[in-house]
Design a protein around this ligand. Structure first.
Ligand code: PLP
Length: 400
């Protein structure tokens, strides 16, 4: 018989969102008349806007013609890679430094193959679960000790440190997962903070995997949208990003990674060359229909629609945060991100989750599911139809 990969036993029992779905099902079964509204999962709800949708349709139509047909394109359409460089990075990257993917989460999982078992990992605490679970699956350094994976360094991000970690806690030569605008806290790091992060990575021989999946939600023009706005990042950072949240492509699947040519391992080998090798070996590229949609999203009309869609969800975020603050609940996020991080001091996150579900029939996400520092917090997601969000806010306004 074949043995199970021992790393699988090391990941936490239930992924957070299936656990929430299970509790929602149990509640619905016990309360069949309840009209449950979800402000839990970060899944987009609004239709793809017309210009971008036309790009998807056009992409599908082209496949039915001799001239327009295309097959494999391992690293993505050159035109899309050039467009991404121009729109998001001021043209500073060549097309072969941008790799089109089927989404940021998939790339985060695959990127770990570059470093392999035994790699030290540091994450913001709380953080998006795939950074920890993906690292554990690949056998990143450490042992599972019942209550957590001891090899991963958790960097608490709390109100006390303005949701930016104490960089002196970073272990040497580690992979740092960093997300801004942050899921789940909604906090956005400043230019000075990211400057300090890049300096710390350079000093201790670490790489940053910068997750910018929510960059299009930044409305404060002083805040950086990419790690590559920071000097020195090209020698110590990889950035992942996605069309999921700005264009509503959560189901379409399209993202990208930027791997600069200057990025070198300790032995001097090129990370970019290895990533191209991995893309060609175990990934055959993103759907060409999705890429046609991506191209449409990045022209003048497409970018207007991206802004419109993000503004819509930010409008939801304002309603939710306003409702919570009227109740005297301290919150961060929701201004430059679609998540609101609400504090319930002294209370257990899962208990607050259950209370809100029971009293308001609103599904949220317990902060402790994102890491130990998330205890006593609840994440509210602004992804929802406006009428549902208004109804949820009305119910929450009666919450005690
Ligand atoms: N990164 C962060 C921080 C996310 O919150 C999410 C989805 O919720 C993703 C990545 C996933 O992006 P994609 O849909 O491109 O896989």
């Amino acid at each position: 018989m074949i043995k199970r990969n021992p790393c699988i036993a090391n990941i936490k029992a239930g992924y957070l969102f299936p656990e929430i779905a299970k509790r929602r099902r149990e509640y619905a079964a016990a309360h069949p008349d309840a009209k449950i509204i979800s402000l839990g999962v970060g899944n987009t709800t609004e239709p793809v806007l017309p210009h971008i949708n036309a790009g998807l349709v056009e992409g599908a139509k082209k496949l039915g013609t001799v001239e327009g047909y295309s097959g494999y394109q391992d690293e993505g359409l050159i035109l899309l890679r050039e467009k991404i460089s121009a729109v998001f990075y001021g043209g500073q990257f060549a097309a072969d430094e941008i790799f089109i993917s089927d989404g940021a989460k998939c790339d985060i999982g695959r990127l770990q193959l570059l470093f392999g078992a035994g790699t030290r990992v540091a994450v913001q605490d709380p953080s998006y679960p795939v950074y920890v679970d993906g690292s554990v699956l690949i056998g990143a350094a450490g042992e599972f000790a019942g209550d957590g994976y001891k090899g991963i360094t958790y960097l608490p991000c709390t109100a006390e440190n303005d949701y930016f970690p104490d960089l002196s806690m970073l272990p040497p030569n580690c992979l740092i997962y960093f997300c801004s605008p942050n899921n789940p806290t909604g906090a956005v790091s400043t230019r000075e903070q990211l400057g300090a992060l890049v300096k710390a990575a350079q000093k201790n021989g670490s790489f940053i995997i910068f997750d910018a999946a929510y960059s299009e939600y930044i409305r404060d023009s002083g805040l950086p949208r990419s790690i590559f706005e920071i000097e020195g990042a090209r020698t110590c950072a990889i950035e992942v990003n996605s069309f999921s949240k700005p264009a509503g492509f959560t189901g379409v699947r399209l993202g990208w990674s930027v791997v600069p040519k200057e990025l070198k391992y300790s032995g001097g080998e090129s990370v970019n060359a290895d990533w191209a090798r991995i893309a060609g070996t175990i990934f055959n590229g993103a759907s060409n229909i999705a890429q046609a949609g991506g191209l449409a999203a990045l022209d003048g009309n497409g970018l207007k629609e991206v802004r419109e869609l993000c503004d819509f969800y930010l409008g939801n975020a304002r309603l939710i945060r306003g409702t919570l603050e009227k109740l005297g609940i301290k919150c961060v996020g929701g201004d430059n991100s679609p998540y609101i991080w609400a504090h319930f001091p002294g209370q257990d996150s899962w208990e607050v989750f259950a209370k809100i579900l029971d009293r308001c029939q609103v599904v949220t996400t317990p902060g402790s599911g994102f890491g130990p520092a998330g205890q006593s917090f609840i994440r509210f997601s602004a992804f929802g139809h406006r009428a549902d969000v208004e109804q949820a806010c009305h119910r929450l306004s009666l919450f005690e």
